[in-house]
Design a binder for this molecule. Structure first.
Ligand code: SF4
Length: 493
């Protein structure tokens, strides 16, 4: 959700005349620090789901303070959940910050930057409820081949460990027509994959009284020409109904992957977390999904060390993990979020949590490896992506996601000409030769086996965007920056 909000923040800045340098954190950090040619505005879009978010924010702001001293006129803005929570507290601790905005008013960013420049003091604006539905804002999408489309914001649940409802408010659903129009628009711009986003996607429709709205939305997305892959995140086990499983199974472009947060395998802890399903229901959903979609890869989130978790509770979690055979699990050590009910409960001792965490990750690592080894010999179709294979250059591979969302590194044939290389957005078919705990390797090309590239519209769109970016960079290099007040805006063609 935050990644997508960053695309909106970049979009509103772009509409106001700013030229985005990068939304990718590492690239953006490099650009920020790049001497005179560095960015004029840095926006930190924060998350407060994890405890160390504040430490990281103030660590980053400390580094930026030094950059700002060297580059007067540079502006720093902080948005996102932590800003919504800390408000003026951010400027109190880091007075060199120019603008602070919350999760409900992304659209005000350019105004706040301008106001801060004019008044020469920080501008802070936080709204208590959604003022502008983020999807109505302009977007600068980081990827041309895969797009996020939000179907709702906020959450009506009250999980006792979670700060989201407090920071994002009650669930607000977009109308299906609007969502489908946005999907059609991104597809017409080149995207072949769309991920539907919501805090709790399968309660979608609650605000306009249609319990089957999410399943219908999946089926409707299945009729959009050119849309090859539909994903969604995240569902909630309590509201996960069979009509969604049917829609997944019967809609060819809805991918066979499901990320379903478990959080705990102990009914007692689920009750304390105020998660309204129980383990039997959870496992029943998995069974029905596998009955209808046998090749589905199921992943999850699990919290270790929720207050009051006993050894018995933890062992119940291990048992559910054994039974569920997750392809992967995001495991988290419980961290109290101030303002949530669980934050006031007595914590489980740190050494106990660490020991449990190690046992859980070892178990899941073994299962993930077994599940991935079982993929060996299977043919996968991989949507090639950017930035997923850090060693691709050295290993002569490309990387991307299989239909079931597994990360796959695919070897290129030894004699692959640069022009024949699949581009991000293209599809490659190859055979899995090795399953590791966190990825698959498909090196069939090296053994004279399958290697098929399907050049796609998305690959064409990626190539066109790269060409355009190179032209803009060349133009910018030969064009003096335009001085408009304090920030330096580069001309846009
Ligand atoms: S359903 Fe998800 S977003 Fe909503 S309160 Fe629970 S954990 Fe938070």
């Amino acid at each position: 959700m935050n990644v997508h909000d960053s695309e909106r923040l970049a979009g509103v800045l772009e509409q106001a005349g700013y030229v985005p340098v990068s939304q990718v954190p590492e690239k953006a950090a490099r650009a920020t620090l790049a001497g005179d040619e560095g960015a004029d505005v840095v926006v930190l879009n924060t998350c407060s789901v994890r405890e160390n978010a504040a430490n990281r924010l103030f660590g980053n702001l400390g580094q930026l303070a030094a950059v700002k001293r060297e580059r007067p006129g540079m502006q720093i803005a902080v948005g996102g959940c932590l800003a919504q929570q800390m408000r003026e507290g951010i400027v109190d601790r880091a007075p060199w910050v120019d603008a602070v905005l919350g999760t409900h008013n992304l659209d005000v960013l350019p105004t706040l930057l301008e106001r801060a420049r004019h008044n020469r003091e920080a501008a802070v604006e936080i709204e208590e409820s959604l003022k502008v539905f983020p999807s109505t804002l302009p977007t600068h999408r980081e990827s041309v081949y895969a797009a996020w489309v939000s179907i709702s914001v906020g959450c009506n649940n009250t999980c006792t460990f979670c700060i989201v409802p407090h920071l994002r408010g009650k669930e607000r659903d977009r109308r299906p027509g609007e969502i489908l129009s946005e999907i059609e628009a991104v597809v017409s711009e080149g995207a072949i994959e769309v991920t539907l986003l919501g805090q709790n996607v399968n309660s979608y429709g609650v605000s306009f009284g249609d319990r089957h709205a999410f399943a219908q939305l999946l089926r409707a997305a299945g009729t959009i020409p050119g849309l090859e892959r539909v994903r969604f995140t995240s569902p909630h086990p309590a509201a996960f109904s069979d009509d969604v499983i049917d829609a997944m199974a019967e809609t060819p472009n809805v991918m066979p992957s499901l990320h379903m947060p478990l959080q705990s395998g102990s009914d007692r802890i689920l009750r304390a977390m105020r998660r309204s399903y129980r383990c039997a229901k959870y496992l029943g959903i998995l069974e029905r999904v596998r009955e209808r979609i046998p090749h589905a890869a199921i992943t999850t989130d699990i919290i270790v060390g929720f207050p009051g978790e006993t050894e018995e509770d933890f062992e119940a979690t291990l048992r559910v993990v054994e039974q569920a055979r997750f392809a992967a699990a995001f495991t988290f050590i419980y961290s109290p979020r101030p303002g949530t009910p669980a934050a006031d409960l007595p914590p489980v001792p740190e050494d106990v949590i660490k020991e449990r965490y190690a046992r859980l990750t070892a178990l899941q690592e073994r299962i993930s490896e077994e599940e991935n080894r079982a993929q060996e010999g299977k043919t996968v179709e991989v949507l090639v992506s950017e930035g997923e294979g850090r060693k691709d250059g050295a290993t002569h591979r490309v990387s991307g996601r299989a239909a079931d969302n597994r990360l796959v590194h695919v070897a290129l044939p030894r004699d692959c000409e640069p022009g024949a290389r699949p581009r991000p957005g293209d599809m490659v078919r190859a055979v899995v030769t090795h399953g590791a705990p966190h990825h698959l390797v498909a090196d069939s090309a090296l053994h004279g086996g399958l290697f098929e590239v399907r050049r796609t519209r998305a690959g064409d769109a990626w190539e066109a965007r790269e060409r355009r970016a190179a032209e803009l960079a060349a133009e910018a290099a030969g064009t003096a920056p335009v001085q408009l007040g304090m920030p330096r805006l580069r001309t846009r063609a």
